[in-house]
Design a protein around this ligand. Sequence first.
Ligand SMILES: [Zn+2]
Length: 359
Amino acid sequence: MTDLAYPPVVQALAEASQRIGNDPLLIQAAGGNTSVKDGDTLWVKGSGLWLRDALTRPLFAPVALSQVRARVAANEVDPVGPALLSTLAPPGLRPSIETTLHALMPHRIVLHVHAVDVIAWAVLPDVQAHLAAALEGLDWGWVDYERPGLPLTRVVAALMQTTAVDVLLMGNHGLVVGADTVAAAEQVLQAVIDRLRRPVRAALEADVSTLVRIAHDTGWQLPANARCHAVATDPLNLARARRGGLYPDHVVFLGHELTVAPEAMAASLDAQDAANEAALSTWLRLQRALTNPPPYIAVPGRGVLTRDDLPEAAHEMLVCLADVLQRLPDSPEPLYLPAEEALGLANWEAEKFRKTLSR
Ligand SMILES: [Zn+2]
């Protein structure tokens, strides 16, 4: 652990951020963000950085809190950039896209996570009554999906004009909790996760040996984490993954369309015939040779193959997709991001910076 010379409360947040960032059921890659208000300085996670690195590299960017709030109230296009305290800021750090949301929350400590159990709730229709029962006793609120950044901040601001919330659930997105100390914020986070934990459907086994044979020398390989196979082995998961994007980071890092190996080719593998396997290998080579090859391919009933140069961030997002799908009930069907929103997110300028930082 290195001494990053943060004020003590920022150091405490850094320690909590590393803990949270190391749990793939809470945070994937550069997703999620944390902040602390120290006087009029808001220290917020830098864009594109991983919470799990909080103790090994400079992670938090300082901004002038009252300035950000005033610039949001004045409807400025970029309320954060001019408020960066550049003399204190570690070089190269750009405050998170969610800085305005952190500034808006009255709590000293704010933690925003993409917890897979919460995402699974947040993509289901008509869950308010269930959530009210599960979160009884907590001051919580709900906002429907909005684009991360200022649009999301504005709907949260509208909610908070009428309701004080320590726990905020965001449709098709995730969870924000606030408290006045780091320990209290972690406690609230844990309490919400415990109360919203969802059953996990049994995963169907992947056909790893066949996947290894058909992927040989094609530029595709087995996923780093075997949980990913659930996207393709389970017909319900596959149908849902094909239908669209469920939450922003998936679309940002893995695109808005899923590439699936032709059903007939995948089914022909049952015959364990070398010619059928060779046909699928040829199809895989063609996919890899595309100008923009897909990040991964679902082979129906068999499992998933990932591109051989897929960055770690994309691997983590793929595990997240499997984890979320495995937590959805047989019915009702989840709500998807609107197609035009998914397309917009996949090409989003503000997120390109974040993606370029993903390893
Ligand atoms: Zn988020």
